[in-house]
Design a protein around this ligand. Sequence first.
Ligand SMILES: [Fe+2]
Ligand SMILES: [Fe+2]
Length: 290
Amino acid sequence: MKNQFEAVPLKSLDEWEDDLLRRYPDPEAIATAKSTEEYRNYDEPQRDSVKEFYRLNHTYQTYDFVLEKEADFLKFDKKVMPVWSAFDFLNQLVDDSDPDTDLDQFQHLLQTSEAIRRDGHPDWMVMVGLIHDMGKVLCLFGEPQWAVVGDTFPVGCAYSDKIVYPEFFVNNPDFTNPKYNTKYGVYAPNCGLRNVHMSWGHDEYVYHMAKDTMPEQGLYMLRYHSFYSQHRENAYDHLMDDHDREMFKWVKLFNPYDLYSKNPTPPNWTELKPYYQELVAKYLPATLKF
Ligand SMILES: [Fe+2]
Ligand SMILES: [Fe+2]
């Protein structure tokens, strides 16, 4: 952790997601109550905090930083919780200072999973919708926002200029380190993403939480859902193998549900509860380790 101010550049974690909608405003086939115009409506103060957020993210997400976080959090020795308490725990992230966010974290998960279910996708994909942001609990373990959310990208090789605010990478020590600043860096051409370390955040964390219980297509959705410079900009094809390319069709299928399913009307949880209790029991153990 750097200092207290640098830990929370955003008023709420949702500011990052709202900014994604400014960058990628096309809702594709997903119908919601909000129009694309409303999604585009951003005031400047919020843009500034998102910019500051990315300055910190790009400055501090180094190869060594990522290895250190992986070694620490992938031990899963922080907390043990019944699976439904974990959703309540995640909801402690609700933020009153953002007027646009009257819906808590759980509502976003439920709206994502319900949009997936409405379109008739398999139940494991509904499950992906329900847990894809579970890794944001990292914030509750005192992690700074820039190590929990934000677009993810490979570390250990040159940063693509297709990543949002690429100019901030000049502040990152890896930017001038010849070990890490070439096209392939520490990796071999088309080595496959399973050999690539991604910037640390909620995606990698939740992937490891689910990796023994979910089908592989779902694991790709969890692990790479914030990897916009690939699933939207195709900037890292040189690190991917054919299997990744096949699996990224699924990552792309998931993305619109994450971005465009937000709706001011909360789903009816009392009605939905029995379905989700069964679904969660099918794919997750009764208690989760964090
Ligand atoms: Fe996410
Ligand atoms: Fe999300």
